[in-house]
Design a binder for this molecule. Structure first.
Ligand SMILES: *Cc1c(COP(=O)(O)O)cnc(C)c1O
Length: 372
C-alpha cells in the first residue's frame, strides 16, 4: 500500500455538495469580491483565534508584508528573521524594503533561539523581528520572546501560517500577539481552494492600517492615503473556508490522532521525534522526526521511496544560505543549530483522515527501514 505525504482530497460527506450549491448560487449572483462570505469568515475567525480583529488578504506572504508595513517597517529598517522558516518570511522583509538579519534556530522546538535573539537585539537594535511558529506549535519561550521584544521596543510579527488550531496555555497561539499572520494555502490546516491569508491584531489602529494597505491604501473609493496592494481574499475562497471551518474540529482531531499514533510507535523504533513544548496543544500539522546521522537518513529515505511512502523535509536549507538571500542579507546572528536542524528533519505523512492502516503501514516501513 502506498501512502502519500499529503492528501487533501479527503473531504467530509456532503462537503462538496454544500460547496457546489454555495458556489453556484454565488456565481449566479456574480458575488465574487467581498460581501457576506468574507465578512462572515472574518467575524468567525475573530472567535476561533481569540483576537479582536482579522483582516483577510490574498495569501500568507502578502499578510506578512502588510503586517510589516502596517507597523511602519520599510526602507533601511533592520528586521530579525528566523534562519529556519519558509522563504516567504525572509522574502516579506525584503519586499517591504527592509534589511533582514537571520537569527539561529533552537533545535529543541524548531523556533528561533531565545539566546541568539536576545543578543541580536542588543547588537543590531532592529526595528522589528519576525518569528515563525513552525510544525504546528510555537516556541517554548513564546512568552519571553513577546516580553523581550516589548521591553526592547522591537515590533514583533508572528508568522502563524502553520499553527492554526494550535493552542498555547489553553488559548489560540495568535492570542496575545502584537500582530500575527496566517495562510490559507490548500495544504495548511485551514486550507482554501487556492490562495488566501489573514492578518490578526488586537490593536484597532493597526488593524485599520492593515485593512487600508490591503485595499490599495484607500481612504475612500477614489482617495488614497498610502501606497498599498490589491490583496483581497475572494468570496469563493471565503465560502470554501467557511465550510471548512465547520469541519475544523474533526480535522484537528484526526490530525492529532495521527500524531499520537506516531508518538506511540516511532520512539519504540529508536526514532527521535520533536515534541511540542509544554503549554502547547499541537494542531497536527507536521510530524517531525530528527535523524542526525546522514547515512541512516538516506537509507531510511531510500526504503520509504521504494515502498511508496511519501516523506518530506520541512525545511532542507536555512535562509542565510539561499542564493536569493545573498544580495539582501545584512548578517547572520548566532550559531549553526539551524543548519543542523535542516539536515536532520524527516517528515512522515500527516493529513486529516489518514486511516489506521495507512499509519500502521508507515510504522511498518519505518521499522523495516531502520533494520536494514
Ligand atoms: C505557507 C507559509 C507562508 C506563506 O503563505 P502563502 O499563503 O503560501 O503565501 C509563510 N510562512 C510560513 C511559515 C508558511 O508555512
Amino acid at each position: 500500500m502506498k501512502v502519500p505525504f499529503i492528501d487533501i482530497k479527503r473531504f467530509e460527506d456532503g462537503f462538496l455538495d454544500a460547496l457546489n450549491a454555495r458556489w453556484s448560487q454565488m456565481t449566479e449572483n456574480a458575488q465574487f469580491i467581498g460581501a457576506e462570505e468574507v465578512l462572515r469568515l472574518e467575524s468567525r475567525l475573530i472567535d476561533v483565534l481569540s483576537v479582536s480583529s482579522v483582516v483577510t488578504c490574498a495569501n500568507g506572504t502578502d499578510a506578512l508584508q502588510i503586517a510589516l508595513r502596517a507597523l511602519g517597517v520599510g526602507r533601511g529598517d533592520l528586521v530579525l528573521v528566523p534562519n529556519v522558516t519558509f522563504w516567504a518570511t525572509f522574502e516579506a522583509v525584503v519586499n517591504v524594503g527592509a534589511d533582514p538579519v537571520t537569527v539561529d534556530a533552537d533545535i529543541s522546538d524548531g523556533g528561533i533561539s531565545l539566546e541568539a535573539l536576545k543578543e541580536a537585539i542588543r547588537a543590531f537594535r532592529p526595528k522589528a523581528a519576525v518569528i515563525a511558529h513552525l510544525y504546528g506549535w510555537g516556541s517554548a519561550h513564546l512568552q519571553q520572546i513577546r516580553l523581550l521584544c516589548r521591553d526592547e521596543g522591537v515590533l514583533l510579527v508572528e508568522d502563524g501560517a502553520q499553527c492554526f488550531g494550535a493552542t498555547y496555555k489553553g488559548l489560540p497561539i495568535y492570542e496575545g500577539a502584537l500582530i500575527s499572520t496566517t495562510s490559507f494555502y490548500p495544504a495548511k490546516v485551514l486550507g482554501a481552494a487556492g490562495d488566501g491569508g489573514a492578518v490578526m491584531t488586537d490593536d484597532q489602529v493597526l488593524s485599520e492600517k492593515v485593512r487600508c494597505l490591503a485595499n490599495h491604501g484607500r481612504d475612500t473609493h477614489y482617495s488614497y492615503g498610502e501606497v498599498g496592494w490589491n490583496s483581497r481574499l475572494d468570496s469563493l475562497q471565503a465560502a470554501f473556508l467557511n465550510l471548512s471551518l465547520d469541519h475544523l474540529d474533526a480535522r484537528l482531531a484526526s490530525r492529532r490522532n495521527a500524531v499520537s499514533f506516531y508518538r506511540r510507535t516511532l520512539p519504540e523504533l529508536g526514532i527521535t521525534l520533536m515534541d511540542a513544548p509544554v503549554d502547547y496543544e499541537e494542531n497536527g500539522y507536521c510530524n517531525v522526526c530528527l535523524i542526525e546521522d546522514p547515512g541512516c537518513r538516506s537509507s531510511v529515505e531510500g526504503v520509504l521511496k521504494k515502498e511508496g511512502i511519501g516523506f518530506g523535509n520541512i525545511y532542507p536549507g536555512v535562509m542565510s544560505r539561499q542564493k536569493g538571500a545573498e544580495r539582501y542579507l545584512k548578517a547572520h546572528f548566532g550559531g549553526d543549530e539551524g543548519e543542523r536542524l535542516c539536515a536532520s528533519v524527516l517528515n512522515l505523512p500527516l493529513f486529516p483522515y489518514m486511516t489506521e492502516s495507512e499509519l500502521q503501514r508507515v510504522a511498518d516501513v519505518m521499522a523495516k527501514a531502520l533494520k536494514s
